[in-house]
Ligand binder design. Structure first.
Ligand code: NAD
Length: 658
């Protein structure tokens, strides 16, 4: 803060003598005058310091808490607790011992902290034949408040605009195949702008691709885990080097804001780094030996898989599903989402650049209902990895279960599906952070996240107050083309989505009260629907039960936590959920009783990070292990137990010795 004077005017609010001394020393080091920052202290506390600080020539602001007595009580209690803490300077009786320690130098950060701060950032894109990888760390986000990072992103968007409109062919066995028909990808914020065109595959192409993937499986599946992991690590390095351009592409093709796009590219990098490490972990020998018996638990790939991603996290989800399948030794037919085929095509090219052999990924853009379905039903595909709607997911599970003539395996389906996610706000919740978290969860990326909050259940008397604050916060969102970094609410993905969401809002008005429906300019050149907030939503309504997948939030009151949990759990989905509360007792109860795959306490419910918050739900939200978690990769492999009786040659020596 002091470094950035005068952009930032620092106020040091403390009664801690050591902190005061540190601030004075730092300010001197930065060459700041005594009038260029200030101290702040509470009226009635540490009155000796109130005299000492100005006597040294520094500015001191003495303040009193002011406002409603009841909310203010929490503040005063916190102060009381601080001052009566057993570690407080004020209650330390031994003044002589204090003198000895007070002026001693603070301890340096431990070695381990220093090591990790130099972590991956210092060595991006580490590749080696037998990767000895540093521990996994999430890729840090950009700080667009930094002028250089801001400018770099602006430049990336402008440069990308010069390169739009290219044609992306199918890729079968490494060959580029052009087709007469194509999928046109438009910028959802500006329908005049064509992002690119992708070839349109049909059943003949599907046959070629499956045959090619079977052939490629023979050589790809016998590579070592470290050889395959090295390709993922190399891809992560390439992505990291060009992350601004990739984020720019997400902004233009998917309508993401700067920060959402940046986070999505980081998540893709994280998936590559994490699954590479997971593959190596699963490859290391595992098994319980006893004298005379040698046991090994090994993994082997399944075969040819079909990967079907959605458009809403166009790079991250695609990368996660695809890289997990590949690093496990499978070959893949990738059928990208028709709304974001350019991102998918460019990612396939990136994999080739990183050294992925031809034929290991076959790129087949095309209609889900015909081409996707055909691939799922194909006798020679072994597994399906799908993320998308419940309607399509359940259909795929059913189709994959049917055995076709000549098929010698049961198909595995990993399906991540929808959500109708609720946040419960307890009667004692702190509203400032609650409003912020709800708005981000409900309206971030225009509510088009499977994890988005679409039901809000408010316990007790704060109902009207919170509703009014949410209404204000929704109106204050800055709607527009997300190329502009000031915009925090962009378009929905396509015309059909816009019409569907508008119809859901019209329908919702029949059963609930529409508190807010923010208007968008009628002549907006893209697909815009403003945020909508409904109150007093009936339990049986579509607003309460169905996934709308847009910026529509339904709010309900609850008399108590029992009722709130009952409402929240009354849902066929179980994906994400949230709870804002200050009661440790209630928090523990909600952890036990709220039926969701990812539960977030006192924070927003979107933005799961790879490894830190493995992601995925149950009930109709999906089947399979959580993405970004330690049990994900095993789903892509057969598991083999090898047991060898070694008695015939005596007791097995401990491994590693002759
Ligand atoms: P969607 O179901 O319409 O499409 C998903 C993919 O399936 C697309 O690639 C599509 O072309 C393909 N497809 C459609 N019909 C098919 C068929 N019969 N056979 C094979 N493939 C077919 O979903 P969407 O609109 O792309 O994405 C939004 C949905 O995804 C929402 O329901 C959202 O909740 C869900 N989602 C879930 C997660 C999660 O992790 N649980 C993450 C993101 C999105």
């Amino acid at each position: 803060l002091l470094t950035h004077h005068p952009t930032v005017r620092t106020a040091v609010a403390t009664h801690n003598i050591r902190s005061i001394a540190a601030a004075i020393a730092l300010a001197e080091e930065k060459g700041l005058g005594a009038d260029q920052f200030e101290f702040q202290m509470l009226y009635g506390m540490a009155s000796g310091l109130h005299q000492a600080i100005p006597a040294l020539g520094y500015c001191l602001r003495v303040y009193v808490p002011f406002g409603e007595p009841v909310p203010g009580m929490a503040y005063l209690v916190r102060r009381l607790l601080e001052n009566s803490s057993g570690q407080s300077l004020l209650v330390t009786a031994d003044a002589d011992a204090l003198k000895a320690t007070l002026a001693s130098a603070p301890p340096l950060p431990s070695e381990s902290i220093r090591d990790s701060s130099q972590g991956r950032g210092a060595n991006p894109g580490l590749v080696c034949e037998n990767p000895k990888l540093p521990p996994f760390e999430n890729q840090p986000l950009h700080r667009f408040t930094d002028q250089r990072e801001h400018q770099a992103m602006r430049t990336a968007i402008e440069q990308l605009k010069q390169d739009l409109g290219a044609y992306y062919p199918l890729r079968i066995n490494g060959d580029a195949l052009e087709t007469e028909d194509f999928i046109e990808s438009l910028n959802p914020a500006n329908r005049e702008q064509v992002i690119g065109r992708a070839g349109l595959a049909d059943v003949k192409h599907a046959e070629l691709a499956v045959a090619g993937a079977r052939e490629a499986f023979r050589s790809w599946s016998i590579l070592s885990a470290s050889e395959r992991a090295a390709i993922l690590i190399r891809t992560a390095g390439l992505l990291r080097d060009r992350r601004d351009r990739w984020a720019a592409l997400e902004i233009l093709e998917a309508g993401k804001t700067w920060t959402e796009a940046d986070a999505n590219i980081n998540e893709a990098i994280d998936f590559l780094e994490f699954y590479a490490r997971e593959a190596l972990r699963l490859d290391s020998p595992d098994g319980l030996d006893i004298p005379g018996e040698h046991n090994l638990y090994r993994y082997s790939p399944l075969g040819v898989g079909v990967v079907i991603p959605p458009w809403n996290f166009p790079l991250a989800i695609l990368t996660g599903m695809l890289s997990a399948a590949l690093v496990s030794g499978n070959t893949v037919i990738l059928k990208p989402s028709s709304q974001t085929p350019v991102i998918a095509a460019q990612f396939v090219n990136l994999l080739s650049e990183a050294g992925l052999p031809d034929g290991v990924v076959q790129f087949l853009p095309g209609p889900g209902s015909s081409l996707g379905q055909y691939l799922v039903e194909h006798r020679d595909t072994h597994f399906v990895v799908f993320t998308g709607s419940e309607a399509v997911g359940t259909k795929l599970i059913e189709s994959a279960a049917r055995r076709r003539s000549g098929q010698t395996h049961v198909k595995r389906v990993i399906a991540e599906m929808g959500g109708k996610n609720a946040i419960i706000v307890d009667s004692d919740a702190e509203l400032d952070e609650t409003v912020h978290g709800i708005v981000r969860s409900a309206f971030g990326y225009q509510g088009q996240k499977c994890s988005a909050c679409s039901r809000l259940i408010i316990v007790g008397k704060q109902y009207r107050t919170l509703l009014a604050r949410l209404a204000d916060a929704s109106r204050s969102l800055n709607i527009g083309n997300p190329e502009d970094p000031a915009v925090n609410f962009g378009p929905v993905i396509e015309y059909a989505a816009m019409e569907r969401i508008r119809a859901a809002i019209r329908e919702g008005r029949k059963s609930a009260k529409l508190e807010v429906a923010v208007e968008v300019p009628a002549d907006a050149p893209g697909f815009f629907v403003g945020p909508a907030l409904f109150s007093d939503v009936p339990r049986e309504s579509g607003l309460f039960r169905e996934e709308i997948f847009g910026p529509v939030l339904s709010v309900l009151p609850a008399d108590n936590l029992d009722q709130a949990l009952d409402l929240a759990n009354d849902c066929s989905y179980a994906l994400t959920g949230g709870f804002y509360s200050r009661s440790p007792f209630n928090i523990e109860r909600v952890k036990r009783e709220f039926q969701v795959g990812n539960l977030y306490i006192n924070r927003g419910i979107t933005g799961a990070l790879v490894a830190r918050q493995p992601f995925g739900g149950f009930r109709m939200s999906g089947v399979g292990s959580k993405a970004g978690g330690r049990s994900y990769l095993a789903q892509f492999m057969n598991q083999k137990t090898l047991t060898e009786n070694t008695l015939r040659r005596g007791f097995a020596p401990p491994s590693g010795t002759d």
